[in-house]
Design a protein around this ligand. Sequence first.
Ligand code: UGA
Length: 433
Amino acid sequence: MKLSVIGCGYVGLVTGACFAEIGHEVVCLDINKTKLKELSRGNIPFHERGLKKIVLNGIKNKRLSFSSSYKKASLSDIIFICVDTPMGSNGEPDLRNFYNVRDSLKQHFDSDKIIVIKSTVPLGTNKKLADYFNKYTLNKNYMISVCSNPEFLKEGDAVNDFMKPDRIVIGCDEENITLIINKLYKNLNIAKKKFIFMSPQSAELTKYASNSFLATKISFINEISRVADHIGADMHQVKDGMGSDERIGHDFLNAGLGFGGSCFPKDLAALNAYQRKNKISSGLLEQTVKVNSDQIKYFIKKIQNEYLLDLKNQRILVWGAAFKPNTDDLRESMSIKAVKKLSTLANHLYLYDPLCRKSKILKELKNLKNITVLDKKYSSDKRVKCLLICTEFDEFKELNFKLLNGYKIFDGRNILNRNKVEKNGIEYFGIGT
Ligand code: UGA
């Protein structure tokens, strides 16, 4: 089938490249021409495992192309909207990009189209768009149908998530359209039961509820971790004990610095804004956000306590800048938040991230003079005796104990084994461990 994908960010690029990989002919559109030029050469502007390979593959077999022309994109019968919907004022998503896409596309329409919304949009947006196009096409000889197909891709594992999804949600009130979208995924050869058909409203809410639930699970376990610190329990053991109940499960029960990224904070804010606007009683989601922002204060307090509340002579090594491992994404990163706060308290910080470019980190940390971004894991500054682990990259689990002689380690992601670290004469502080 011929498809267009509007927006070459994480979601759009992965969607477009994966659809091309499973046999469709895909045009990916973006308004950023420099980005398009790079993409046409197979240069991906961010780190995403396995993406480059399938983009190059798609270009080579001519199933994947890039364009900035809405006229060209509007020629496909099925058009996916994958533009970003950033957090606007009051927590509501800013839909300017989304509506620009609608308006840029519609002027080229002259035959039936299906618009599939993959962007995470405020509740009710699918219906609004469908109503809009019903009116718009009243005196025209074609129809524009709207369908919700939310994305559940995890950054860093997005290609795998697309190819082997847990579920594919299709939210549409028109049966024939649902069948067409269903068919698009046929070549994935996944079990029938993984396709879940529902109304557009349910699909939109499924997306918000899923992310909010996962975020709440993290805040829950982080709240428990503070109790564990108090009583001397170990969160690794508690997680094991809790997660073994199949109803609870082990996933998203890692206590630590809390969640970041471009999705959880934005989606929680959006759902919460909807509750407020529509006077729907609420409380849980606000607390999820509060526990998350308190967690970073809790971590910094833990460090301060070990230095008798005085960090001003401390030179600190920090591992991890990205909001999670296997990505170079710094958006809403807990590490960046911790580093910004600590730069006001400590003497100097050395920051190392295995994937994120130095220039990108420096840009994020703009005016902070007392931070050096390292291109290797250890600092040669002998005055550094404190290590913070802020992102759970696998490579941080391997330590060179000789180089860490005399250090205190504050493990903000609970990835190290306390006994092993302490056996090597190093002081260890986890979160609820
Ligand atoms: C999240 C969802 O997991 C995806 O299903 C969804 O499609 C995506 O948002 C989206 O809406 O686009 P992502 O933002 O890539 O994906 O990140 P996650 O892997 O969910 O991790 C989020 C944060 O939670 C990270 O900062 C991670 O370090 C933290 N986390 C995760 C914990 O603190 N503890 C855990 O046990 C798990």
